[in-house]
Design a protein around this ligand. Structure first.
Ligand SMILES: [Zn+2]
Length: 503
């Protein structure tokens, strides 16, 4: 089951890569090639430097961005999986999964957490929200101190975190604007180098893409087609098959209905695909002569440009291409998934989420989680519609796109569609579970288990922590670190997964 990434193991990656190197990115460069923006990473290894070419890149006034590409800053250090050769040039073998960061952040335990409290448990990333952190020992002045958030590949480094918007810093309180982030504890590094960590995690409900070169701001949706909308062309391989086109229309209608986003479908098919820069917003399959990377189910690519008026630089998403991997046996319907199939509408929903300016989150069950597992929801009909947090995120993006006052270079606002709609996709009532829920939740030293099911306790990464046979009435949890767990019932007709918290 996939959103846009199929997680590959190190073994699977090794099979298909032409080179696996330990190295560090020492330079990055963007340039034009065949009328398209590309970039190179120079990766220094022990023996020789590798020039690795990426799709997309950024100039000051224009750039392109692909959700699945291995974009890294200089200083990124770790293992790289590459395909190609020194003669032909190198490319990432598996998109974003071609890089595994060196574990520089192994010290995840042991920071002083006792006194650090957050003003909220849930927030939006780059959603114009402020976080106030209270405690002691932050230092009277910020100096070289900073607050940092989980990025998904470790925490923001000192240079990146120095650019955050701090409105208050005292020994007992810090206020900072929340950038794009992933759910995890928030860290404070003080001017004297002490690291403090919040007692609780900050959960990120959605992320809005920021403008280029900044942790905040937006690359706006706008009036791209002249009638207040973005117009998407559907490639003929999808358009000409009624069940495929119907799945595209149904998925888009659900977004429009719930968020007002003004995305339209052209009434005739296009022969064009996902070549960013061909002048059309498209929804297409990949093709043998322009395939997606292995390990990738879909991409959303954005060509952005900027307009400068006075001291304002305004960024807009100029062309957006959504592409799905053609090499899957897709289920185009709704409801339960046929075994072994990927669900077309679900992948498309995720990619359209990107098109509507959403980034990834690491909260299970959200449509913008980059890969989809069976759990926490076994109920695939719930996935025929966007998750509640996505709805909030896209609604905010539409709000940003339809209320700005910038006017130059032909840029004007998107006109939201106010459709008084029935939910396009009926989400059935969640049936009462056959079993009572495990308790207590939050738990401490044990969890009581309703019997008749076998139970598996997993950590938030999906690693099995403990199993209990169907004869057990409780599971001992004394030695486990505090945090979020998943407890799954098995061996019964309707297995379920419960999100459990250890205090
Ligand atoms: Zn994605």
């Amino acid at each position: 089951m996939h959103a846009d990434i199929i997680p590959l193991s190190a073994g699977e990656k090794a099979v298909l890569a032409d080179a696996i190197i330990e190295g560090e990115v020492v330079a990055t460069q963007s340039f034009w090639k065949n009328n398209r923006i590309v970039s190179t990473l120079t990766i220094a290894s022990e023996t020789v430097a590798y020039q690795v070419e990426l799709m997309g890149g950024a100039f000051e006034d224009m750039g392109s961005f692909c959700t699945g590409e291995m974009y890294l800053n200089t200083g990124a250090k770790g293992t790289f999986y590459l395909s190609g050769s020194h003669a032909e040039g190198w490319k990432p073998a598996y998109g974003v999964q071609s890089y595994e960061p060196q574990q520089r952040d192994v010290l995840t335990m042991g920071f002083d957490r006792s006194t650090v409290e957050l003003s909220t448990d849930w927030a939006a990333g780059n959603g114009m929200e402020m976080l106030t952190i209270t405690g002691t020992g932050f230092g009277a002045v910020q100096g070289n101190g900073y607050v940092t958030f989980e990025t998904g590949g470790g925490y923001y480094d000192a240079d990146a975190a120095a650019n955050f918007n701090y409105t208050d810093w005292s020994n007992t309180s810090i206020t900072v604007e929340i950038p794009q982030a992933q759910s995890n504890r928030v860290r404070i590094i003080t001017n004297d180098g002490t690291t403090l960590e919040s007692a609780d995690s900050l959960h990120i409900r959605y992320n809005l893409d920021s403008e280029p070169f900044s942790p905040y701001g937006y690359t706006h949706l706008y009036n791209n087609y002249g009638d207040g909308s973005y117009l998407f062309h559907v490639n003929e391989a999808i358009f000409n098959e009624p069940e495929r086109l119907e799945a595209v229309e149904r998925t888009l209608d659900d977004f429009v209905c719930k968020t007002g986003v003004n995305f339209q479908l052209n009434e005739t098919p296009t022969p064009l695909g996902w070549d960013l820069g061909d002048g059309q917003n498209t929804i297409s399959f990949d093709t043998p002569d322009n395939p997606l990377s292995p390990g990738t189910v879909g991409y959303c690519n954005t060509l952005w440009w900027s307009c400068i008026l006075g001291d304002v630089t305004f960024y807009v998403a100029g062309e957006i291409d959504v592409v799905l991997n053609a090499n899957f046996d897709y289920d185009y319907g709704t409801g339960d998934l046929t075994d072994g199939n990927a669900k077309f509408a679900y992948v498309l929903m995720h990619e359209l989420g990107h098109a509507m300016r959403l980034g990834h989150v690491n909260e299970w069950g959200e449509s913008m989680y980059p890969s989809v597992t069976d759990w926490p929801s076994q109920n695939w009909f719930e996935r025929d519609t966007i998750s509640t947090n996505d709805r909030l995120g896209v609604s905010q993006a539409v709000d940003v796109a339809s209320t700005f006052t910038f006017s130059a270079c032909g840029i004007s606002v998107m006109e939201p569609l106010d459709i008084d709609c029935e939910p396009v996709v009926e989400v059935a009532e969640v049936e009462e579970a056959a079993l009572p829920a495990p308790y207590p939740n939050p738990f401490e030293d044990f969890i009581n288990l309703p019997n008749a099911a076998a139970w598996t306790l997993l950590d938030i990464t999906g690693k099995v922590v403990q199993r209990a046979p169907n004869t057990s009435t409780a599971i001992a949890t004394e030695g486990l670190p505090a945090g979020c767990y998943l407890l799954r019932s098995e061996g019964i007709a309707e297995p379920r997964t419960y999100r459990m918290i250890k205090d």
